[in-house]
Write a protein that binds this ligand. Structure first.
Ligand code: M6R
Length: 614
């Protein structure tokens, strides 16, 4: 949700900033801007639209200088226009600011500044913050900490969230960065320093980073930096190493990141299992739960919270964990949970699931559990993310960077981790070693079975064309496949903009059946499991009303072929793991439909990859 890149070093800043913005474009893409310090004045270029639009401007007149800040925006306050694009200047025009987050009290601050004669050129909360910092700067005596102190003073007046980078024409080589609620990372190169919202912008230049915490402020001065906190004067933060290859953030041979990431699933599933299968004890093992076995045995309730796709993975987890471990699981939508007063006790363990580890609602839900003094574990993909760092322990997905705004490989990895947790808790309780081994054997086959499904992509591409003109689509599934129906509908909405809804199959007759006509396709997930016959009846009900049916079924199912208009046949696995395979054709169907309709698959309208505002 908005991306920031800042640079100070011995190279031309604009190129590094522009390349960094391209890497962060998935965070927001409605306008972008660059500001460099060229001698004693700013070179500023900003433009509504994608980074490409900004790049055209920059090519014509490259901003000069070796120090600069930049931003790609996901609008919160004010439409995506040139005026609202960042960076924003203060009243004097000598201070520039880029900002990720929301200044909640911006109107009050703006009114005070207006009363002092300030004039504003945008509708953004960010411009108000730029003016506030500039106002304090102008009223302070000269000192090496003048800009730093002005930023601190302004931030103490602010309520809301921010990740910021600030530049001033009087202070060559100096950039101030600060964060509260929006991620910011300091990259440390040989003779250069960087700020970025995400390590993907830095991987090409340095592997050494410091993840800033809330209230941290960094002062960059040429190749030196100092770190402080708004609460205490000096702080010590560990320098971490980025552990992935920068090339993994390229599309490679694929047209889109979404397709690349769908096709990476055999490998990402393998990586989620690596080192975690204990064949001897017929269980799963985890390095980072930070809980002793006897404490884990006392857990009698799990809370799983997250948003969007991560929430759907948690919902699948509820079915698997309750079945294998017999522990009651509550699924909580993070944006609701954070404001509820849910009763917790010492025998409850909470899990926050988030690919990015930065989703504001999920982070707030996790913090609410911790504020009450209870433990919350994280299930994240991004190492170094806020949830990963603030949780009391947890499990990494090791899926590699997910750039496509539509989450794909993170869903299957999250669901797999849920299955591993279910096995682990199950083996601490009632699950026999024979049952445990059976489950492990099924887990081990998943990567190969996933690859087998991906080979059917041509067929799914043909189906996508057949149904692409639909105004709306319904997705049905039962039991652990109900969340897969929700996920299939979410994918379809997100990338193709076709209206789609997911339902538990049996809910059909409680209302939604009124919508069925020959023009409304239904996708029914119908594997040969314990509710197979029930699903067949639902398909009959749809067909009786002339509704077209695409069925996701088990290889060789002749009965299903007789009933459905189109069948996608999948290999069979343990019934509780079937959702991991069933979602893959749904991801492909959404992808190919979107491509056929000419949608911007990796950057669907109005969306951003990580939602770091409420
Ligand atoms: O990074 P997170 O897993 O916390 O993100 C949660 C949701 O914002 C995310 O899954 C969103 O729904 C995706 N765009 C779905 O494709």
């Amino acid at each position: 949700m908005c991306g920031i890149v800042a640079y100070s070093g011995d190279k031309k800043a604009y190129d590094i900033l522009l390349q960094g913005l391209y890497r962060l474009e998935y965070r927001g893409y409605d306008s972008a801007g660059i500001c460099t310090l060229n001698g004693s004045h700013f070179d500023i270029q900003k433009k509504a639209g994608r980074i490409d639009a900004l790049a055209q401007l920059v090519k014509k007149k490259p901003p000069q200088g070796m120090c600069g800040i930049s931003h790609t925006r996901w609008a919160t306050h004010g439409e995506p226009t040139n005026d609202n694009a960042h960076p924003h200047l203060d009243q004097s025009g000598k201070l520039a600011l880029v900002h990720n987050g929301v200044i909640e009290n911006y109107q009050t601050l703006k009114d005070k500044l207006l009363a002092k004669g300030h004039t504003f050129h945008s509708q953004t909360d960010t411009e108000v913050l730029a003016h506030l910092i500039g106002y304090h700067y102008d009223s302070m005596p000269e000192s090496p900490e003048r800009l730093l102190n002005a930023v601190k003073k302004a931030l103490l007046e602010v309520t809301g969230t921010y990740g910021i980078a600030v530049l001033h024409t009087d202070r060559p080589g100096e950039i101030i960065g600060a964060r509260r609620g929006s991620p910011l990372i300091l990259g440390i190169g040989e003779k250069e320093l960087f700020l970025a919202s995400d390590v993907t912008a830095l991987g090409a230049y340095t592997q050494r980073v410091i993840y800033l915490n809330d209230f941290d402020i960094v002062q960059i001065l040429g190749k030196n930096y100092t770190l402080e906190s708004l609460n205490q004067s000096s702080i010590d933060r560990e320098i971490c190493s980025i552990d992935w290859d920068p090339e993994s953030t390229d599309k490679g041979e694929h047209d889109h990141f979404m397709l690349k990431e769908i096709f990476e699933q055999p490998a990402s599933l393998e990586n989620a299992m690596r080192g975690r299968l204990d064949l001897e004890q017929a269980t799963a093992k985890f390095g980072g739960l930070n809980l002793e076995v006897h404490a884990l045995r006392t857990i009698d309730r799990l809370i799983i919270t997250g948003c969007g796709t991560a929430l759907h993975a948690g919902m699948v987890g509820e079915y698997i964990i309750e079945e294998l471990a017999r522990i009651p699981v509550e699924i909580e939508i993070a944006s609701e949970f954070r404001y509820r007063n849910s009763p917790l006790d010492n025998h409850t363990l909470a899990f926050a699931i988030s690919q990015s580890g930065e989703t504001a609602d999920t982070l707030a839900a996790m913090r609410e559990v911790q504020r009450k003094g209870f433990r919350a574990l994280g299930i994240c993909n991004v190492v170094g993310s806020t949830i990963a760092r603030e949780s009391d322990g947890g499990i990494f997905l090791h899926a590699g960077p997910e750039i496509g705004v539509a989450a794909t490989k993170s869903f299957t990895s999250q669901t797999l981790v849920m299955a591993l947790l279910a096995l682990f808790f199950g083996r601490l309780r009632h699950l026999s070693s024979v049952q445990g081994r059976e489950f492990l054997n099924a887990l081990k086959k998943l990567p190969e079975q996933t690859a087998e499904i991906l080979e059917q992509h041509y067929r799914i591409q043909t189906l996508a064309k057949k149904y692409a003109s639909s105004q709306s689509m319904l997705f049905f599934g039962r039991q652990a496949n109900y969340p897969v129906a929700l996920e299939g509908a979410l994918k379809m909405k997100e990338v193709s903009y076709i209206h789609a809804e997911g339902y538990p199959s049996a809910e059909l007759k409680h209302g939604v059946i009124a919508l069925i006509t020959e023009k409304l396709p239904s996708l029914v997930i119908c594997p040969q499991d314990g509710v197979y016959e029930k699903n067949l009846s639902n398909i009959q009900e749809i067909k009786a009303r002339k509704g077209p049916v695409i069925a996701i079924g088990t290889q060789g199912d002749k009965e299903l072929k007789k009933l459905a208009d189109d069948v996608i046949e999948l290999p069979q696995t343990h019934a509780l793991l079937q959702p991991i395979l069933n979602v893959i054709p749904l991801q492909l169907l959404a992808y190919y439909t979107a491509v056929y309709l000419g949608r911007d698959v990796d950057k669907p309208r109005n969306l951003a990859k990580s939602v770091t505002v409420e």
